[in-house]
Design a protein around this ligand. Sequence first.
Ligand SMILES: [Fe+2]
Length: 373
Amino acid sequence: MGAARPRLLYHWRMLFRQLIDNETSTFTYLLADEATREAVLIDCVYEQHFRDLALLRELELRLTHTLETHVHADHVTGAWLMKHALNSAIGVSGNAGATGVDLPYAHGDVIAMGQVRLEVRETPGHTAGCVSFVLPAQRMVFSGDALLIRGAGRTDFQQGSAERLFRSVREQLLSLPPDYAVYPAHDYDGRCSSTIWEERRWNPRLGDGVREEDFVGYMKNLGLPHPKKLKVAVPANLACGKPADGSDGPRLPDWGPVVRTYAGVLQVEPDWVYAHAGGLTIVDVRELDEIKATEMGLLPESVIAPLSTLRDHLDEIPRDRPIIVVCPAGARSAIAATILEKAGITRVANLRGGILGWRAQGHVTEPSSSVKI
Ligand SMILES: [Fe+2]
């Protein structure tokens, strides 16, 4: 029996996580009904697919939708990859002009996951198809690139209009109650969230007292370079992130049922290792003295390569078969798996739960006297 699932950070039945793609400073939001385990991802990123997939798996959530606040110009969405992996529906504004959309939402639509309800508000101006998601029960708004923390999305391409954006933000967002938390699609200075009150008080572009002509003048003189990925990202996002080469996108190693954990480690289950042991190299990363001093024993046919000297002996690790690294609980071997992967060994994985996990699933170990160096 595993430990009871803890109640994680959540707001009234809602589990909530803010994730970031460091390269593009894009925020991805995971929202889930804590009771039904239904989840949505807002603005997931192509390159973060396996991270997001791992978090959904480890939190035991069922992804029902990916939701886009708009057609992004700076990164490619992971929406299609999630649909391919988990059969989640793709939601994008009906005004965005995207193909492959399962849920083309419009102003006033409500997206529900269990008891959690997201209200769609059209907030065009950064692009013509921008929306924000308002959660009245949680007193939160996901404002995309319409309202940023102390800023607003640029309006100089993708049918942008400073006049439209000014009215969208003022009428649809800053009119919300002042205590609503604001979660934008990006921040480039380490700021994660704000409130409607703060933005009305301190947003230099759109705060109270700023007139439309002031805002338009501000936006016309931003002088920003175009995003590096603009030419790739916009067409890819108009296809919801479906790879243009017809492939299924990035893949995990296919030599076994390997998963990448949210901690970033390639990992396999003890039962699979037991069933395929003849085709694998088992590498035990404990110190020799430690192995001899314990009654825990070894997995059959183990090779010993202590973690403390592993980096010095990478050339001696046999690579003709996939490598499974083991230690008592699967913690030190997780580091070892990462070291071997970084050394260029693609067929490597950690044994989940280590030797204790192996034994817990009913598999036997050999006595320590059978050790082979
Ligand atoms: Fe954007």
